[in-house]
Structure formats: structure tokens, C-alpha cells
Design a protein around this ligand. Structure first.
Ligand code: SAH
Length: 345
């Protein structure tokens, strides 16, 4: 028997036509849509305002999949990491990062990652598969539950900085963001969503052409091709010039200021010269720099920069008029920090 389709792979229009073609009134699709995307039911039987025979009919036609929380770990700094099992037994990780009034969900876009950035633990995992739009959406729902449960606060921000490269799963990520921002989904503002990419120039151009309204962060980490290629082999085919052009195009198309992420690695990319190269790179497009404390990974070759060096680095950028912030590591004790997501229990 052929596998039943996942009911949540249908667009709102497809769901509507499914019902109207069967002579159901138009509001039926709306009700079912609400159960699927706002009330987060795990079975058709929970759809209490839908007649039983129709529930049974849906059940016989469709699969209704959901994520199963496998483990939840809470860090001493309040960060909560969830390992979530997918319907095929694969596992992704999502993180809740509380900071003052801000509740940020850090979401994965793929199971594993196909890139091989030398400082990232996720790179050690094999790329297993892309996540589907509903699996991306459900991570937000799950992390939102954690935010309510632990802090009685709703999510305020979403960052695509978990496992995977979101621009290599572009279609599904965009479809998930559409649902997340839609009033009949989670109704979040796109201004509060940031997609972080290792830098795939062609896709950054595409995002500009698509007129996306969420924010873009580019994992830069070095401002010369020679150094950046040593960290990230994706730079061999997406050079800094190509990225700079793409980011300028993105800014022109969307008016969105871009964030450059830069992990400070001791004696590798944290010298005065490195700071000046970064400053030059920043001149072209309105941007801000997010310096990231390096989180050591098992068997990793790098060390974090000292705080004195970090401050000097910040000073050079600030004196040149670059807007810069330092992102301190969160959830390190439970391997929940940037670059540490590797399905370790
Ligand atoms: N693939 C996307 C999103 C995932 S990584 C990207 O590359 O942007 C999210 C951020 O964490 C990126 O800026 C990444 O470079 C950074 N990161 C990876 N490993 C890290 C580590 N060990 N310490 C600190 N930041 C790390």
C-alpha cells in the first residue's frame, strides 16, 4: 500500500479544495487547518468540532505526524536544549535561549549538515536529510512550550542557527517561515526571525528577489578568502567578493540591514589586521557585527580568544564606526551552544 500523504504537507488552498471537492462546507477546511497549525493536535480524534465519520475519513487518507520530545536538558544559565525525534526516528535539536525579556528559539533546518566548517560540531555529523516545513514549524511550537513552561513567557525571536544550512533547504525553510508568520499560523513578526547562513551567494540573491522580510545573518568568521577557506570550504565556491555582491543586492532589494557573525579564534582571526580587514568588509553594506565566543568542540583545533584580545578587537571596530556586539556563549554545560549541536545525549 502506498504511504498516506502527510496532511500538513498540503497548502491552505490544497486543504480547502480537498474539502470542497468532497462537498464539505468551506469552514470545514478552516477548522481542520486550525487544529493542525494552531492547536497542534497529535491525532484526528482530537478534532472535536469535526464529525466522527469525517475524522475517520481523514485518518484513512492522511498521516498526521508530530515531533516527540526525546530529552530536555536545562543549563545552569537557563538555556534549554530539546532533542526531538522525528517520525522516521531521526533526531534534531532545538534550543531555547532566555535573555532578559527576550526568549529566542534556535531552530534546525536539516538533520546533520553537508558542510564541513572546521570549528562546528554539527559538521561532524553526516547530512541525513532536509527537514520538512511542518518539522521546522513544530520545533518552534515545542520551544515555545518550553518558554511557557519554564519562564511563563512566549517566544519573542527565532534564529535559524541550529543544525544544518538553511539555504540548502530553502524551499522548506521559506514555507515554514510563511506559516510561522501567518496570522493563521503562529503570527510572529518576520522582523523577529533571523536566518543564518554559511554564505551561498546565489541563494542570497534569490532571497532578495523573493523580497523576504526576515533578517539575514552571514557567518563570515574571516575577512580574507585565504583564511575563510581554511575555516569553511564553502568559501572556495562562494568567495568574499561574491558574498559581498550578494549581500549588497539583498540589502538593495529588501532594505534589511545584515548581520555578520564572526567567531573569535585565538591567534587565527583575532589580530588587529583581522579586525581591520573585517572593518573594510563592513564598509560596503549597512551592517552590524556579532562577535561570537568560540565554543570548544571535541577534538577541535581552535581555542577561544582571550577577553583582553576580544576587547581590543571590539575597540578597533568601534573606533572605525562599526556597530558591534559580543554574543556570549550560552548553554555550554549541556552542549547547547553555537556549533555544539551534535545529537549528544
Ligand atoms: N549553517 C548556518 C547556521 C548554523 S550555525 C550558518 O553557518 O550560519 C550558527 C552559528 O554558529 C554560525 O555563525 C556558526 O558559524 C556558529 N558556530 C559554529 N560552530 C561554532 C562554535 N564551535 N563556537 C561558536 N560558534 C559556532
Amino acid at each position: 500500500m502506498a504511504a498516506k500523504p502527510n496532511i500538513r504537507s498540503l497548502s491552505q488552498e490544497e486543504l480547502s479544495s480537498f474539502f470542497t471537492e468532497r462537498g464539505e462546507p468551506a469552514f470545514r477546511a478552516k477548522q481542520v487547518h486550525q487544529w493542525l497549525w494552531q492547536k497542534h493536535v497529535r491525532s484526528f480524534d482530537e478534532m472535536s468540532n469535526v464529525a466522527k465519520p469525517l475524522r475517520a475519513f481523514l485518518e484513512s487518507h492522511f498521516e498526521l505526524l508530530h515531533l516527540n520530545p526525546k530529552t530536555v536538558q536545562k543549563s545552569s544559565d537557563g538555556t534549554v536544549k530539546s532533542a526531538l525525534s522525528l517520525h522516521d526516528g531521526k533526531v534534531v535539536e532545538s534550543v531555547l535561549i532566555p535573555k532578559g525579556k527576550r526568549m529566542t528559539a534556535c531552530i534546525s533546518s536539516q538533520v546533520g549538515c553537508s558542510l564541513d566548517c572546521s570549528f562546528c560540531a554539527t559538521a561532524r555529523l553526516k547530512m541525513a536529510r532536509n527537514l520538512m516545513p511542518d518539522e521546522i514549524y513544530d520545533q518552534v511550537v515545542e520551544v515555545g512550550r518550553q518558554a511557557q513552561g519554564h519562564f511563563q513567557t512566549p517566544l519573542t525571536n527565532i534564529v535559524f542557527m541550529g543544525m544544518g544550512e538553511p539555504l540548502l533547504n530553502y524551499k522548506n525553510v521559506i514555507s515554514a517561515i510563511e506559516r510561522i508568520t501567518h496570522p493563521e499560523g503562529l503570527g510572529m513578526s518576520p522582523r523577529r526571525i533571523t536566518l543564518s547562513t554559511s554564505g551561498i551567494a546565489k541563494m542570497i540573491w534569490n532571497m532578495g528577489e523573493d523580497g523576504v522580510r526576515f533578517r539575514l545573518a552571514l557567518s563570515l568568521h574571516a575577512a580574507t578568502d585565504e583564511k575563510r577557506s581554511r575555516l569553511m570550504s564553502i568559501n572556495d565556491s562562494n568567495s568574499l567578493d561574491m558574498l559581498s555582491d550578494a549581500v549588497a543586492g539583498f540589502y538593495q532589494a529588501t532594505g534589511n540591514r545584515i548581520t555578520y557573525e564572526y567567531v573569535l579564534l585565538r591567534d587565527f582571526n583575532d589580530s588587529d589586521d583581522d579586525a581591520r580587514a573585517l572593518e573594510r568588509f563592513c564598509r560596503r553594506v549597512p551592517c552590524r557585527v556579532n562577535l561570537i565566543e568560540y565554543n570548544p568542540i571535541e577534538g577541535g583545533e581552535f581555542k577561544a580568544s582571550s577577553s583582553a584580545r576580544t576587547n581590543e578587537f571590539i575597540g578597533i571596530l568601534e573606533r572605525a564606526g562599526v556597530r558591534v556586539s559580543l554574543r556570549r556563549s550560552r548553554g555550554k554545560d549541556i552542549d547547547a551552544a553555537c556549533g555544539q549541536l551534535a545529537n549528544k545525549p
